[in-house]
Design a protein around this ligand. Structure first.
Ligand code: ASP
Length: 590
């Protein structure tokens, strides 16, 4: 008896098998009936293979094939033969051959799918997530998950051959304020107490260094109870790394080499080292962002001096208050009036109070809503700032307090580059941003927060500086305008760590309660150490050119943190709640 088990996969059938009998397993992707013949494209994860049911060849099997519908699961046995010349499909890797079916086993039937698996059809995402197991049958999803698997394999291969240990850290842990809000898990045994799901293995990996592990990595699941955006999920995966006896350069060099390995292994691409490095101040000054997209120029120029002594009341007020004027130059582009109005609105949408523009008519006359306030030699003055300024260029100006104005200019730059199609989606541009401020001031709570996390070492000389002036031994890796990850050299001295907690406004009691174990560990020969974590989902999203990280996660939550397939989260069973000592307080309906 012929077994139903495959002897070869659909996409792997080739010339060498011509005339041989094979058994294929797969799904009915497409069915066509032609002059008595039934053609089916059989699909498995390697590709498609055409199978033919011919009544002249095998009447019974042909009769059996009448019942076949889309997504039925089949086993077919037959000979590999050449297709008739006119039916050869050059676009299909197996398009020269077909299987003349001699035996058919229907392994399972399928109802009509709620949506077609045709890649060209746009299906509402909620429906895709509701039936994710069907959505996963698409080649595009399978390819992305295959790439994900190859990337994590290459990462593991790299670290394991460099002497790193892969060590798992707990998922049920303690709430440790690193910055993000954590998910809580009630403890049944210790009623009234809660575990937190780790927002990252940060403290554990530091404690692994205290434990003498020296080189650690983990493909780690992390959880953050944050508001969701296109590139955020409540649970996500990080490549987490920590090393002892290192300085910043060592950690960065290891990550660069890892990228070299992964790109070579997965894409056969050689990447050049080292990655460009910008300080936080440089990046912010030139790109208005600490995650600059370096695939295009159009940098921000500080041009406050061009408006010194201006009569324009708005600009004068900004400059008098110590604000700045920044400009972006768009080269050789003739904007229509309505396009310019559109950009004024866009700048407002992006957070600016106003956008000024200056351009020149075909006869070289300056055109701007504020033309009469600008000096006659504005072009000459501006030419000193903008090398090779041309009268076919347009200048856009935004003024305000430095941070706010530059952030808006940064967003404006991105929006403009996108609109002018200046971004090459095929380029992967990696860079480092270093010398971050140690703290950022929160106007709302009137307190300082760690820019990275509270375990980050300040740079030399911090003791004599004000908190807002202190810099961190921290670094981010940025790819195409997105933060891929970040890390830092950690504090390994108890007094220093206690002082940082104090600057963050934690009382001694709070510090002891939340971080007592860490401070204690710091007294037992904690080695100098540092590390980094990279977002694997985001990395895959960039590498696969996807629009959201949900495209590279097998079972993601939707944008409301809900899983439409499992229908999670759900209200808990009252019995379970009682066991945990929890009562639900109903929210008043407003
Ligand atoms: N734990 C940090 C994070 O998740 C990364 C690090 O400092 O290694 O962002």
């Amino acid at each position: 008896m012929i077994s139903w088990k495959r002897t070869i996969e659909c996409g792997l059938v080739d010339e060498k098998l011509l005339g041989k009998e094979v058994t294929l397993n797969g799904w009915v992707a497409r069915r066509r009936d032609h002059g008595g013949l039934i053609f089916i494209d059989l699909r498995d994860r390697t590709g498609l293979m055409q199978i033919v049911f011919n009544p002249d060849f095998n009447k019974d099997v042909h009769a059996q094939a009448h019942s076949l519908r889309s997504e039925f699961v089949l086993s077919v046995t037959g000979k590999v033969v050449n297709r008739a010349k006119e039916t050869v499909n050059e676009k299909m890797p197996t398009g020269k051959w077909e299987i003349q079916v001699e035996k058919l086993t229907i392994l399972n039937e399928s109802k009509t799918l709620p949506f077609p698996l045709d890649e060209s059809e746009v299906i509402e995402e909620e429906l895709r997530l509701r039936y994710r197991y069907l959505d996963l049958r698409k080649f595009s999803m399978q390819q992305r998950l295959a790439m994900r698997s190859m990337v994590t394999f290459a990462m593991r291969e790299f670290f394991l051959t460099k002497g790193f240990f892969e060590i798992e850290t707990p998922i049920l842990t303690k709430n440790t304020p690193e910055g993000a809000r954590e998910f809580l898990v009630p403890s049944r045994i210790n009623q009234g107490s809660f575990y937190a799901l780790p927002q990252s293995p940060q403290i554990y990996k530091q404690l692994l260094m205290a434990g003498g592990m020296e080189r650690y990595f983990q493909v780690a699941r992390c959880f953050r109870d944050e508001d969701l955006r296109a590139d955020r999920q409540p649970e996500f995966t990080q490549l987490d790394v920590e090393m002892s006896f290192v300085e910043q350069d060592d950690v960065r060099a290891v990550i660069e080499q890892m990228f070299v390995h992964v790109f070579k292994k997965v894409f056969n691409i050689d990447i050049t080292l080292p990655f460009p490095t910008l300080t936080y101040d440089q990046a912010f000054g030139v790109y208005g962002s600490d995650k600059p997209d370096l695939r295009y120029g159009m940098i921000i120029h500080e041009v406050s001096h061009l408006f010194a002594g201006t009569e324009l009341s708005f600009l004068k007020a900004v400059l008098d208050k110590g604000g700045k004027v920044g400009a972006i130059r768009v080269e050789d582009k003739e904007f229509t009036r309505s396009e310019l109005d559109g950009w004024v609105n866009k700048a407002q949408e992006l957070g600016s109070k106003g956008l000024l523009y200056v351009r020149w008519s075909k006869d070289g006359i300056l055109e701007s809503p504020v033309a009469k306030f600008l000096p006659a030699d504005f072009f000459e003055q501006a030419s000193k700032q903008f090398k090779d300024l041309k009268k076919t260029d347009t200048l856009f100006f935004i003024a305000g307090p430095y941070k706010a104005a530059w952030e808006t200019l940064g967003r404006f730059r991105c929006a403009m580059a996108e609109s002018l199609k200046m971004i090459n989606p095929h380029i992967i541009n990696l860079c480092w941003i270093v010398d971050f401020p140690l703290f950022e001031y929160d106007e709302e709570t009137k307190s300082f927060n760690s820019m990275h996390h509270p375990f980050t070492t300040p740079q030399e000389g911090w003791q004599t500086l004000k908190p807002e002036e202190m810099k961190a031994q921290a670094y981010d890796i940025v790819c195409n305008g997105m933060e891929l990850g970040g890390g830092s050299i950690r504090i390994h001295n108890r007094e220093k760590q206690a002082k940082i907690f104090e600057l963050l406004g934690l009382t001694k009691e709070e510090t002891d309660d939340k971080f007592g174990f860490l401070l204690e560990a710091l007294e037992y020969g904690f080695p100098p150490h540092g590390g980094i974590a990279l977002g694997i989902d985001r990395m895959l999203m960039i590498l696969t050119g996807s629009s959201s990280i949900r495209e590279v996660i097998a079972f993601p939550k939707n944008q409301r943190g809900y899983d439409p397939m499992m229908q999670a989260p759900t209200p808990a069973d009252p019995k379970n709640l009682k066991e945990c000592g929890i009562a639900i307080v109903k929210k008043d309906k407003k």
